[in-house]
Design a protein around this ligand. Structure first.
Ligand SMILES: [Zn+2]
Length: 134
């Protein structure tokens, strides 16, 4: 009598799937960069870094309350910029893994990341088990 051991594992991504996710990542990258351009500009000294552009800040004529509004706005935009920049970093890292051929592999256990998870977040770096690491 033969006994079979059924190994349940997540399949490695096919080439086509990787291409599909790569496209998604590139689209997201473009979208995020567009978003960033609204609140920041590329730092000419540090490639890949963005700095915030304060909107025409005219301190001479602005009265005090206007000024505090402006600074509040800068604070909000800085938060937005940080968030977009962080996501952009994840997307760029994922694209780097596509190039290295390690896309879709959990950084902790080196097992394939569930496709459903990548579908929801193409820049996911960890499998569901290790999702807490992200
Ligand atoms: Zn894992």
């Amino acid at each position: 009598m033969n006994r079979y051991v059924i190994v349940v594992h997540t399949k490695m991504l096919s080439k086509e799937k990787i291409e599909y996710f790569k496209k998604k990542l590139e689209e997201e990258k473009m979208r995020l960069e567009k978003e960033l351009e609204k609140v920041a500009r590329r730092n000419p000294n540090v490639p890949g870094d963005w700095e915030m552009v304060p909107e025409d800040l005219n301190i001479e004529t602005a009265d005090k309350s206007e000024l505090s509004d402006v600074f509040e706005d800068i604070g909000t935009r800085a938060v937005i910029e940080d968030k977009i920049e962080e996501r952009l970093t994840f997307v760029n890292q994922a694209l780097g893994r596509v190039q290295k051929g390690t896309y879709g592999i959990c950084l902790v256990c080196h097992k394939p990341i569930q496709e459903k998870r990548l579908e929801a977040n193409p820049s996911a770096r960890h499998c569901i088990k290790h999702a807490v690491w992200q």
